[in-house]
Design a protein around this ligand. Sequence first.
Ligand code: ARG
Length: 456
Amino acid sequence: MALWAGRFSKELDEGVNAFNSSIAFDARMYEQDIKGSIAHATMLGATGIIDEKESRIIVAELGKILEDIDNGELEFDSSAEDIHMFIEAELTSRLGNTGKRLHTARSRNDQVALDLRMYLRTELDGILDQVKALTLTLCDIAGENLHTVMPGYTHLQRAQPITFAHHLMAYAEMLIRDYDRLMAAQTRMNVMPLGSGALASTTYPIDRNMTMQLLGFDDITANSLDGVSDRDFCIDIASAGSILMMHLSRFCEEIIMWCSWEFKFIELDDAYATGSSIMPQKKNPDIAELVRGKTGRVIGSLVTLLTMMKGLPLAYNKDMQEDKEAVFDVIDTIKLCISTFIPMLETMTVNKQNLRNAAAKGFINATDCADYLVKKGMPFRDAYKITGELVALCIKKGCTLEELPMSDYKDSSESFDDGIFDAINLENCVAQRNIVGGPAPDTVKAHIERVREQLK
Ligand code: ARG
């Protein structure tokens, strides 16, 4: 019999009950639900809204229910409407009339808004730690590759020389922004909705500040309609999570390319790659592909949440029960992806020589050749044109700019002297880009140190 059965003359249809029920996915919030109820019952006792002794009995029994669930003695009833109803029904079955007093001055609408904020707040702690750990992993690998010269790309065409460290630290910067966004979502979310009631607060003299403090919130919601119908915090998490996954997905795309025979910049550890059922030679970067693929789920959840909310009149509507599967999938997917992604990076081998070989081809020092002429006083556009012609000559001769004889340089401009070979030496090209933000080894080393400092 449902707790709300009084108004109804029939039991709920079984199929409808299954359709309506959310316990299959909201049971994971049992701890938050119980802790929220403990705080609520404590406050009801302290304010004299219910008898203090009864409040203590409720609090103690809720503690036992939590213990019983934790050690597997109490199982969830899959036919319960949701976790909130399940816990309250269990309490009432244990305490009789005293249990029935718990829901005084509260609605499931402010209860679920509370539980969800508390649940996500804790989950975000874990994700923030993971993002931090991933960023530090990048710092570690970057630290070992300060001098690993590779081609930087635009349009996936070799463009200018950088280092593998510089490339990785670009992702570290993205992750730091992701960290900030997730933390901002967590801070914004840490406002307590309990006391909003079903939609119009309550006539009981409840002490919202007390529950706020007991539950570790920073503030209380200022409008009861908004308190129960706001799901911005889910959307914030899905949005920050989508951006994070988009970054991981770009990274994965590169890892997948780098593993190919065409690049061979890295090799994944055998424990983090998979084979083919038919082609004996294959070693596939499945993890990176899955992270890239799962990014779609997270972005999809963001769209689910936005679409779910966009047409809802104030305040609570049952549509909002759909928030949980979406935001839980965001959380689960991110956790799963990062936890596999970190060891995959930690165990991969960086083929420094292949990166260097790729840098040697593609004339990625052509800009430096032009800059050399500019430093001799030539206008940039003229230097650009001359260098373009030299590149064309190299292509014709099948050589690199480094291999082109001095006589060819002299033929195109009298400004060239032996200094050109220093100027277009790839290691020098990288080392000279030593302004803040550049790939020079010392600059990137300082960047890594700053990131480590920031993450402390
Ligand atoms: N299971 C519901 C949810 O997740 C709890 C709130 C239900 N409130 C109500 N009035 N039906 O949204």
